[in-house]
Design a protein around this ligand. Sequence first.
Ligand code: FAD
Length: 508
Amino acid sequence: MELFWHRRDLRVADNVGLAVAAGAGIDNADRGPAAPVFVFDPDVLDHASDVRVRRLLDGLAALRDDYRERGGDLLVARGDPETVLPRLAEALDAERVVWNRDYSGLARERDAGVRRALDAVDVSREAHHDAVLHDPDAIRTNAGDPYSVYSYYWKKWTDRAKDEPAPAPDADALVDPDRLAEAVEVVGAVDESDPTLADGGVDEPPVAAVGDLPAPSDLGFAEPDAAVGPAGTEAARERLADFLDEAVFAYEAERDYPAKDATSRLSAFLKYGEIGVREAYAATAEAMSEATSDARPDDAPGQVEEFQQQLAWREFYTQVLFHNPEVVTEDYKEYEEGIEWRDDPEEIAAWKRGETGYPIVDAGMRQLREEAFMHNRVRMIVASFLTKDLLVDWRHGYEHFRERLADHDTANDNGGWQWAASTGTDAQPYFRIFNPMTQGERYDPDAEYIAEYVPELRGVDPEVVHGWHELSPTQRANAAPDYPAPIVDHSERREDALAMYKRARGED
Ligand code: FAD
């Protein structure tokens, strides 16, 4: 028997570590059965948010139901994994604890602690690469360094062979729910002699259950105001199949237009690992075969490839984070003199509320508040606005996204923010500053996306919406009395931003 520890891989199918632990593969038929567990770790919860806790619980409910359909169940525990996992392994008499690797600095520290705790009680452990198609060490420059330029990384990434999806375990590869229940009783019992209970805290053994999930309030969180969207493998597969049916063949042409339903909306599923990346990639490879058939226009393969490129961006940023764990809080690219951010609390608050008087920015920030999601083009626009119009440190934006996005992923979120702030790997050059009005006009010409999220501007002529910064107070009052005037003048702030970066570069 093996204990499989789920973390950011809330799925049964195409789960490398689980397939191995359960003995579901050809090469490991002597392994298993597997007892799956998810552990609510107080240290991880310290960094969570209402949105992400809700999304996580939905993903766990779907995972548990998948196990139940296969005749198994999910163990749900609460406590420090360094305490919980050795106790569970012992209670189950498990030979091994298996998990899939996570690549952030914090996760790696936690995993090192768990390895030590398991070694101390002589339980073997094993970690697998699963979250990405090519692990962060696999693709390096010819000189052996990690890549910092995406286009070169992509060339190697796309040429490499990709693994097939990992097989899903069936019922006899999963530990019987009654056996899980017995183990839970042992784990929950107070054992005064157990040295793994910190500070002699014998009256607080880890909490464990079979399949029972806590409410957000049990974990110290509230129900979010935002609708976090569907969760689980089935929903992910439906979404992917829908997207690959038609939209992918126009992906490159339409992905920048937020009013269109032109992107996959897979990000939260990928973040929580509700769909395996091998499975997702294999489906895109099928779409590529269709794209090259006569039934599709000549540019169809390029459209599908553009989508595969986004999956590669995810892996590029994963390897950036893996090799540079400090980027979570520090600039990847340091400017000689340091950037003197402005950080005006009122302007930051207006940005967060979606009341900057720049319609595309406000629509994005309100989409974030309502849906815990934002379209990629608009993420770039609001991030540029915060850093280069409000001259606010990207860390404020990252914190806000981290709290509000259901798909928050340390590597991608950080990569996105540092790209916009011109401090990242392969980032936007500092002198490229988005004009929020022209961006809105180009990518939301009919102001449809804006009207969806900014009710004050509904029914207002798109020309008026896109010319909002040029209107007089009377014209604004006549067109949309409840919508604010721009809080800053973009042309002035553009000059201020250029001066800020030049000073940081020591050019002043
Ligand atoms: P699609 O266009 O359908 O792309 C498919 C998948 O590729 C995405 O689900 C995602 O996993 C990956 N992907 C797409 N674009 C990127 C990218 N630029 N970088 C890395 N991976 C990408 N993405 C996150 O998953 N989590 C985040 O926390 C996050 N924060 C961001 C913050 C900023 C400031 C910016 C500019 C971008 C951020 N992104 C983040 C990247 C991107 O905006 C989202 O992945 C995308 O909007 C999700 O929508 P989708 O699934 O429909 O994407």
